[in-house]
Design a binder for this molecule. Structure first.
Ligand code: PRX
Length: 660
């Protein structure tokens, strides 16, 4: 059956239409969409705001609890908040057993598409069977409630099984993005004290297969606490090294294990840790707990993606990021949705693969990142035009500010001007979406995420005074706890308090983003105010990249800054001073890049390295990163007299210009 219907989309036609639309400030929900939307009540926000805790209790009741809570929100220990205290619940029970018991076991949970065109449908009943068995296997491997299980897997159904199996027995998962190097996985396993790691024989990317297990062995062999490594046979590699007594194959332990029942867990039982970049080189172990997190992701996905029974939903993120946790795994499964899961890259085997899959599967709701939309714009509408995208009903964006042109392209080219576009602002720390438009109710303004969701309060505060700004620019802050919020930083409560709860006091969460709020209360996120770089929606820390660079034996000093980039939002620029008389060369550049790839991952390699004999420093020796950003973005530098040696910046400007 051919699903391809030609559309009359041409580059010129699209360009002309986008120019017309650029002047349009608001996009009201398309009438046919609004008519069928789940949420049509414009008063929902106001009702929730009248009693947010009661509102969240109402949402939590839509899940299956084995014991109801006694206290909905305990603020005694702020900012260590406790939600649904006394309640008992199991995440995998809500994501799987509940649906199977309701007779929906045959429903497809994931239409999985492999890179080489393979497909695999996994039903809810199959997912339950695998999960219950793998949970049994984990127990046999010695995993107990509260133990940490590392997961380092490609985008395959087994990653979902592994995560859910942890939640079934109360183990705490620590998923590491497959694009990070084995070295950074080792670091995360070590600091989290992981007992078991679930990984794969190898991974596939754009037609190339890379052996993963030998790398894991190389970097993780010495970790004392790591007792077992479970290996998923995915890439068809038959010479996978296995250590007797430590390593087991996933399929074998699943086949041998008895399925186990879901364990009723305390609502505040730790559910997972996800390491994310902050202002220092040490990643933060963001810790989420069970009942509140599940309530947050389940509610927000249902409301914002206007879930309907016949939806085919696709979130193109990777499961190794929070978007994957919340909106590939837990939100969709708790809502009983059918999803598409794609192993590959957006341009493999060709640049139209996403649109081909949308047409093939009849995807109704699609969630992606601005950087992917900008890449698709660059590749051209000819890759979209051949595919029938008429099944789409709603489009979502996440991860970074979406520029109006990309928003309009998404709306016009992908959504055919029928589908609301929801720009969702949130963070690893918030667990679930926080600011966006309710698609059947609110007008969208391209470039603005919208307003806080029902039951959520996000404000813009003046950077100096901390006073609330009702119209204008300031810092984002959250003055009230919400169920899916992080509870602490793993084994580092002091850093939790100092990072998030000191700038505006102990009860107002400091976001780390600057934003503008307009007269309608719409929030326009500007970007990070700390040293976090957002490359293609991937969060990296300047300090982490710098520390990887200076670990290279020829490097004396390095400063890393972000530069605006048309495609990736931000790009990394590194200014590097080499030791002694080592000269910057292509060879050293390749070595430094390889070094970063080994320590963090390829995604952290700078777009440009500038060699310099010195960095701009104040007289007290502090590197002035602001000037380095100005140089990379070719701005006027203004007054540089506070520098110890002002001539450094002139040299750097010349060098930047020469290499541009
Ligand atoms: O700066 C904001 C940006 O991404 C940061 C959070 O990154 P991370 O924890 O990796 O989570 C990304 C996926 C939820 C935020 O502090 N950000 C995220 N979504 C948006 C955004 N900036 C603007 N608009 C968004 N929709």
């Amino acid at each position: 059956m051919s699903t391809e219907t030609p559309r009359t989309l041409t580059e010129d036609g699209v360009e002309a239409r986008l120019s017309e639309l650029l002047g349009q400030e608001r996009f009201t929900p398309p009438a046919p969409f609004a008519a069928q939307a789940e949420i049509t009540d414009p008063e929902l926000r106001a009702r929730a705001a009248a009693d947010p805790v009661a509102y969240w209790e109402e949402q939590a009741r839509q899940l299956r609890w084995s014991q109801e809570w006694t206290t909905a929100l305990n603020e005694d220990d702020a900012p260590f908040y406790r939600w649904f205290e006394g309640g008992r619940i199991n995440v995998s029970d809500n994501c799987l057993d509940r649906h199977v018991e309701a007779g929906r076991g045959d429903r497809v949970a994931y239409h999985w598409h492999g890179e080489e065109g393979e497909t695999r449908d996994v039903t809810y009943a199959e997912l339950l069977d695998q999960t219950a068995r793998f949970a049994g296997a984990l127990r046999q491997l010695g995993v107990q409630q509260g133990d940490v299980v590392g997961i380092y897997l490609p985008m395959i159904p087994e990653v979902v099984v592994a995560m859910l199996a942890c939640t079934r027995i109360g183990a705490v998962h620590n998923v590491v993005f497959g694009g990070f190097s084995a070295g950074s996985v080792a670091e995360r396993m070590e600091v989290s004290g992981a007992k078991v790691l679930v990984t794969a024989d190898g991974s596939r990317r754009k037609g190339k297969t890379t052996a993963v297990k030998p790398e894991v062995d190389r970097t993780m062999g010495q970790l004392d606490g790591l007792e077992k490594i479970v290996v998923v046979r995915h890439a068809g590699l038959d010479d996978t090294p296995m250590t007797d007594g430590r390593d087991v194959f996933f399929d074998e332990v699943v086949a041998a294990a008895e399925p186990v029942d879901p364990e009723p867990l305390d609502a505040e039982a730790p559910m997972f840790i996800l390491y994310s970049s902050g202002s220092t080189a040490k990643p933060k172990g963001i810790q989420h707990t069970t009942g509140g997190y599940l309530t947050g992701v389940t509610t927000t996905l249902r409301q914002v993606f206007d879930l309907q029974d016949d939806d085919v939903y696709w979130c193109s993120a990777d499961v190794g990021w929070i978007t994957g946790h919340s909106y590939i795994v837990y939100g969709p499964l708790a809502n009983g949705v059918t999803s598409v899961m794609y192993e590959g890259a957006p341009d493999y085997p060709h640049q139209g693969i996403w649109w081909e899959l949308i047409a093939k599967r009849g995807v109704t709701k699609f969630y992606t990142a601005p950087t992917a939309i900008r890449a698709a714009m660059k590749w051209g509408v000819e890759h979209v035009a051949p595919h029938d995208l008429s099944s789409l009903k709603l489009l979502g964006s996440v991860g970074e500010p979406i520029n109006p042109k990309a928003w309009l392209w998404y709306w016009h080219v992908v959504g055919g001007e029928r589908c609301p576009v929801v720009d969702t602002w949130w963070q690893t720390e918030t667990g679930a979406m926080m600011i966006t438009t309710l698609p059947g109710v609110d007008d969208a303004k391209p470039g603005s995420a919208g307003t806080p969701l029902p039951g959520i309060d996000v404000q813009v505060l003046d950077a100096e005074t901390g006073e609330r700004v009702t119209e204008g620019e300031g810092l984002l802050a959250i003055p009230r706890p919400w169920p899916s919020m992080l509870r602490t930083l793993y084994q580092d409560p002091d850093r939790y308090v100092s990072t998030y709860w000191s700038r505006f006091g102990e009860t107002t969460y400091f976001v780390g983003d600057s934003a503008r709020i307009d007269a309608d209360g719409y929030i326009w996120v500007i970007g990070r105010v700390d040293d976090v770089i957002n490359v293609s929606g991937h969060r990296l820390s300047t300090a982490e990249v710098e520390s990887a660079i200076v670990a290279h034996p020829h490097v004396a000093e390095a400063a890393v800054v972000a530069k605006a980039d048309d495609l990736t939002g931000q790009a990394i620029v590194a200014y590097v001073t080499l030791n002694g008389d080592t000269e910057g060369s292509d060879r050293i550049e390749a070595e430094v890049n390889q070094h970063i790839a080994d320590r963090i991952g390829k995604l952290a390699r700078p777009k440009r390295i500038v060699w310099t004999s010195d960095l701009p420093k104040t007289r007290s020796g502090k590197i002035m990163r602001r000037l380095l950003r100005d140089i990379a973005e070719e701005r006027d530098l203004g007054d540089v007299t506070t520098l110890a040696d002002p001539s450094v910046v002139t040299t750097l400007q010349d060098r930047w210009g020469a290499g541009a």
